[in-house]
Design a protein around this ligand. Sequence first.
Ligand SMILES: Nc1ncnc2c1ncn2[C@@H]1O[C@H](COP(=O)(O)OP(=O)(O)OP(=O)(O)O)[C@@H](O)[C@H]1O
Length: 505
Amino acid sequence: MPPYSPQRSPKTNNVYSKPYSPSRSPVHRVQSTRSPISPRTGTPKSIIRSNLTPSPKRRTQEDYSSMTLEEYIAIGKQNTPKSEANKSPTRSKPLESSTHSTDLRDQRIRVCVRKRPLNKSEVLSKEKDIAQLSGLRTIDILEPKVRVDLTQYIEQHSFTFDNVFDIDSSNITIYQKTTKPLVEHMFEGGKSTCFAFGQTGSGKTYTMLDPKHGLYTLAVMDIFRLLNRGRYSHLSAWVSYYEIYQGQLYDLLNSKNKLIPRDDGKGNVVIAGLKKVQVNNVDTLMKVCDYAGSERGTDRGKDSDAKVRMEGAEINRSLLALKECIRALDQEQKRAPFRGSKLTMVLRDSFLGNSKTCMIATISPNTSNSDHTLNTLRYADRIKEFKGESDTRLACSDVQDAPEIEFMDTQEDITDENTALPQITKEHVKSFLNEHWIEIHESEEYLKIAKEMLRDINLASMDSDDFFVKYRDYLTKLYNLLEKKLFTIQCLQNKIKEELCSDDE
Ligand SMILES: Nc1ncnc2c1ncn2[C@@H]1O[C@H](COP(=O)(O)OP(=O)(O)OP(=O)(O)O)[C@@H](O)[C@H]1O
């Protein structure tokens, strides 16, 4: 199982308009004019498909096994769509005339992937591009591997999402297909959230916060264009900006004051003391964002290895909690575990009621990042599955002949041995591990940190002055770690319980 290395916090883009309750998290709050959409039925298949062009014929693993990586990549390039990189942001169509956005209106959660191009240093070090798009929704990762006998081979992993964006997709195209429908939804009285997540350097900032054509900027341009229309003259825009770092909220518009999200007893999340600023045009908003951006992630001191690990573990924990919440909502459970992390606490409103969310996974295409890329895509894939539309919908689209890579004949071996036993194949074990790799890896990661801290203490001499201080520090950190770990273990335990119960049936 590949390690899940530290990723930066998801970059979120929350914009809201008045009137709304000032004590709530930053999403639009006006009376809804549409009925809430059920998570299970939020994406009619016909609407999704009507927006697609046919995918090129997919090859099987057998085709690939006799091919070098270069040959494979050459094939991939033939399928690459024409460049749209030069489109200027001002060419963005007015909101009302967008055909994409109307087609995408009924989706409650969209999960998309954006691949960035190889950067200069990756090109100089002759790194290969191992992420190949197939059609508008499928991405294949060609993972270079080595067998025990040291022969090299390529394992192909295929994923299908609501949209995959190649290196020549402009931010405008991505905006049209992800964020624009969310802006429309806000003006119809709904709540909208859009965020990017992915490994460091994979393009979150480029996608979300580029000052000229980041999704944030394009959304804001549309919001003010609409606010200037007579029919919305009763609305105004307010912005707040906060950062979640190591499970703590900091107000970026107010001297990085610590903030505490609380449940107001009526099921609403309240971030007491969060500063909100009214903005009347794009320029003012951009100044506010610049200021907040300059406050982001500073004064944290030197990053030690252990600290970076702790940050990574915290981010993983938030992503795990987020996945658990979406899973609970998808299964229409009465209670979703929003309290599992600060991220889910503050995003709670984004998943309840008349809300729409778009998640954009950003990935690096180079070989040496293949572990991170696969982790990001597996995570996004799980979220997509929770939308209750993955397998059946995709069965008749372009993944139907996706290659079987491993364990092709294991079922036969086992059933011959003892037909009375449940038919658990390696495939079954593999899919369980794949499905729960975050929880399992989280546990490993916490143990590693605890071990490192212990080694630190052992290095301090017993009779030195700081031994006692280190010991107390160790116990405090261990206590906190274990507290966080309990949640992870509990999730994993629930999954195992479900698995055992399903075997009994
Ligand atoms: N789609 C893209 N096209 C061209 N360049 C890109 C693209 N995505 C990212 N880049 C470039 O790659 C570099 C890293 O991107 P970016 O800073 O957005 O990553 P990030 O995910 O925000 O990283 P971090 O988590 O460290 O903040 C930047 O120089 C950026 O300009």
